[in-house]
Structures are given as C-alpha cells and as structure tokens.
Design a protein around this ligand. Structure first.
Ligand SMILES: [Zn+2]
Length: 119
C-alpha cells in the first residue's frame, strides 16, 4: 500500500517536473522571439525616421503633414482597440483577418490590398 502511494507520488512529481521543463523551454523561446521582434521594430522605426527626414530635407514636407496623415490612417483603418480593421470592398463589414480575399458576409472577392495592409 505504502509502496503504491509512493510510486504514484513519484509519477506526479516527474510529470510536474516535465511540465515545468516544457514551460521553461517555451518561455525561453518566446523571450528570444520577443527580442527579434524588438530588434526588427527598432530597425523599421529608424528606416521610417530616415525616410521622413529625407522628405523633409529634399521636399520640404512639414511635420504637420505627417501628423495629419497618421491621424487620418488611424481613424480610417484602426478600431478603438488599436488593431487594424480590414473592411469588405462591397458591404463594408469587417473581414476575417485569416480570409482577407473574400467577404464571409456577402461573398465578394476582395481587390488586392496595398503593400501596407499585409504588415
Ligand atoms: Zn462583404
């Protein structure tokens, strides 16, 4: 009886240790991916800043132009939760982000989206 109890107890401990190891590996993997995303985001931010500074220097675009355009895009393409909204070309309802090529409500095949819509 005591041996059976001890055996089951050891099984539970081993299962818990394996689960903890899996969680630890997952956490390390996510941490590595987050680091990659942060590095890419920082690089893209620098690219945007460089492009904007070139436009300011060469074409004399004022900062207000960029601020107004950002506000316009945010209002037009993003929901109140800050997430991008894809709307049907025909009925205007929200598209499923995994099926952007066809509206699940009216069935309309969607026109090709712009290069920034797929980011
Ligand atoms: Zn539709």
């Amino acid at each position: 009886m005591a041996l059976g109890h001890e055996f089951r107890q050891n099984q539970r401990i081993n299962e818990a240790n394996r689960a903890a190891s899996r969680a630890n590996r997952y956490s390390e993997n996510m941490e590595e991916k987050l680091g990659e995303i942060e590095a890419r985001t920082e690089h893209l931010t620098l690219l945007c800043q460089a492009m904007w500074e070139i436009l300011q220097a060469k074409a004399k675009f004022p900062n207000e132009l960029l601020v107004e355009k950002l506000a316009e895009i945010k209002h037009r393409d993003f929901g109140p939760n800050g997430k991008k909204i894809f709307s049907c070309d025909s009925c205007g309802r929200a598209l499923n982000k995994h099926h952007l090529n066809k509206c699940m409500y009216c069935g309309k095949e969607q026109d090709a989206k712009g290069p920034f819509d797929m980011i």
